[in-house]
Ligand binder design. Structure first.
Ligand code: DC
Length: 266
């Protein structure tokens, strides 16, 4: 699917400054990404196109932290695709629109580019709530699709690989990803980790409130009609409930290294 798309006009400029939502590859990495192409067999040549890692999982599963660490370790570019839905929601709110209005949300989604992914307000609760509303709209999802596929196939900074994390990367956005990871944990564990994270930032939080919020977000993400949260059949599932983040990183890094080797990148 991705190999058939024209990839001539990247929506993300090269190079792109590092941001929490989007980071480029290591300076000096081979410019394989720019040479991504489809071989005579119809398949992309190993070593000529970027290596793509899809990471999916529920909210607060640790997939974002993992994606960032893997990207840094392997010199890959990283895109937090949740930021695209958050940026869409923020744009609607900034223009006093209604995030539940599909026309307003789709028009906003069509205006998203890398420059909109750096706004610190993307992390606010109101924006997260509106993001889950716009993310349920098929028109919004399809408006953001090319942008995600383009990032994967043409990673900024001449990175030789890309890592996208979200809910539907392995199932919808990039079903031909070289490696798919599904990162999960019980909702109670995720709530405890989120409480700790917020407390570390100096916030006063109540565990039960966070637990309820995550339970509701899980339900919205999993039950929606359009691209619901689910593990791809060929995804490697890592349940982090009993695992420390360093162990999760080691396991995931070993899977990436094995896949790179199997596919002739190393
Ligand atoms: O991961 P996050 O909390 O930043 O995601 C924000 C919202 O976007 C959340 O409701 C899930 C949704 N989302 C999605 O539907 N598909 C993605 N690939 C990424 C996020």
């Amino acid at each position: 699917m991705n190999g058939e798309k024209p990839l001539t006009s990247p929506l993300f400029p090269h190079p792109t400054p590092g941001t929490p939502a989007l980071t480029g590859g290591r300076p000096g990495t081979p410019p394989l990404a720019r040479e991504g192409r489809v071989g005579a067999s119809g398949q992309q040549d190993a070593g000529r196109r970027p290596f793509v890692v899809a990471i999916d999982g529920p909210a607060a599963s640790g997939k974002g932290t993992l994606a960032r660490r893997l990207a840094e370790h392997f010199g890959f570019a990283h895109l937090d695709t949740g930021a695209l839905y958050r940026a869409t929601a923020l744009l609607v709110l900034d223009e006093s629109g209604d995030p539940a209005d599909p026309a307003a949300a789709t028009a906003a989604a069509c205006r998203i580019d890398a420059t909109r992914l750096t706004d610190p307000r993307l992390r606010e609760d109101a924006v997260a709530g509106a993001a889950s509303v716009v993310a349920a709209m098929p028109e919004v999802r399809s408006a953001l699709l090319d942008l995600q596929r383009d990032f994967a196939a043409n990673p900024p900074g001449s990175a030789h690989g890309s890592i996208l994390d979200g809910r539907d990367i392995g199932t919808v956005v990039y079903p031909t990803a070289d490696l798919k990871l599904f990162i999960t944990a019980t909702v109670e564990t995720r709530a405890s980790r989120r409480v700790q994270e917020l407390q570390d930032q100096g916030a006063t939080v109540i565990y039960e409130t966070v637990l309820q919020d995550l339970t509701e977000r899980d339900a919205r993400d999993s039950r929606r009609q359009a691209a619901p949260l689910m593990a791809a059949p060929d995804a490697e599932i890592i349940d982090t409930t009993m695992l420390d983040i360093d162990v999760v990183f080691e396991r995931a890094a070993a899977l990436v290294a094995r896949s790179l080797k199997e596919k002739g990148w190393q």
